[in-house]
Design a protein around this ligand. Sequence first.
Ligand code: ASP
Length: 436
Amino acid sequence: MGIKVVKFGGSSVADAIQLQKVKNIVLADPDRKFVIVSAPGKRFSEDSKITDLLYLCKTHIDHNVSPEHVFQVICDRFRSMEMNLGVNIGIEKDLEEIRSNLKSGITADYIASRGEYLCGKLAAAVLGFDFVDPAGLIQFDERGRHLPEETHKALCAELAKHECAVIPGFYGSNPDGTIRTFSRGGSDVTGSLVAKAVNADMYENWTDVSGFLMADPRIVDSPKPIKNITYKELRELSYMGASVLHEDAVFPVREVNIPINIRNTNEPENPGTIISDTPSESDNAITGIAGRKDFVVIALYKNMMNSEIGFVKRLLTILENNEIAFEHLPSGIDTVCLVISKKQLEGKLTDLIDDIEKRLKPDSVEIYQDMALIATVGLGMSRRIGVSATLFTALSKAQVNVRMIDQGSSEMNIIVGVENDHFETAIKAIYDAFVS
Ligand code: ASP
């Protein structure tokens, strides 16, 4: 027998029907011993997440407006969950306590954390598991920085006392005992910390999609699922926007080699995607394709740039002085391109170009607005001949003009820059070329 840590996201615990699915999933496998829950999320697309409503209560208070009508909506959702699940967690007492804390000017972090807290209590009652409050276990310093070692020690000691437990996600506490949350989506991080602490064999992350797909289904018709992906490949694809997990959730489990399995609460028979350090044995040369629109490419040309010592250093200093982060920096013999997200450049482009012209004296500066970047990712590509040929042939057949090419030194990612208008056509063309 092993141990599985299972985390359920907001849509998986959105109401009593969803929590019933959670119960079936957890009880179907005796290895599923530690359960982490988010706060109830949206039940339908126009619905509100409990966490958003809780933050809204705080905004009301900050503006001297009574939060009561928003708080009532929250109370009603939890009351109906308790009733429909047929459990009794004494929710009125908890709601009363939260209401009185709201009046006493409590912090946003405390308020935001109550969604997970109440949901955790409901889930524990439904499952017949112990309820373990992460306050005092998941620890932060005075400045709100997470303390991984202290947390690990405290979680190991506490969880050893429980055979099966539910732990609310998203929050822990400061040294003075007050509540502190991770950034949004942080229940994924809680799950990862718990998985490490109980030395789990698997960290199952249950959400509303059946893992990762090889491409965005809004662009490609029924893209194939990714069964296995390495952490490195995941990092490349999530950077490009294919994100399902909180960024910080990977590190704790990766350190100790615990795989993550992304699963779908609404389709539990689907095996989902396994994220681990073991490269996939699939026949595909690539693992996935992802991309993002709205980049600006600034191309500098200067004769003999290659022998001008410190050119790129000065370029980067100019960026730093203008407080601009860049995404990529492909270079040629006498050229260098800056790839920067459009957002970063808002209101700063003219000053940046002025500085570049004054200090670097390039022969020419060209600016390409409205560019998209597309990453074709796969560890398998480094061992294969013809991957680039396939990619660029596909793009040229689809009449897509490639404005920039960047192959990371990891040799598992080819990034192309195309015009925003060619984005969807390019992704479809690459997918069709590699996936039969
Ligand atoms: N409930 C929190 C949020 O909506 C945390 C989480 O779900 O992971 O961001």
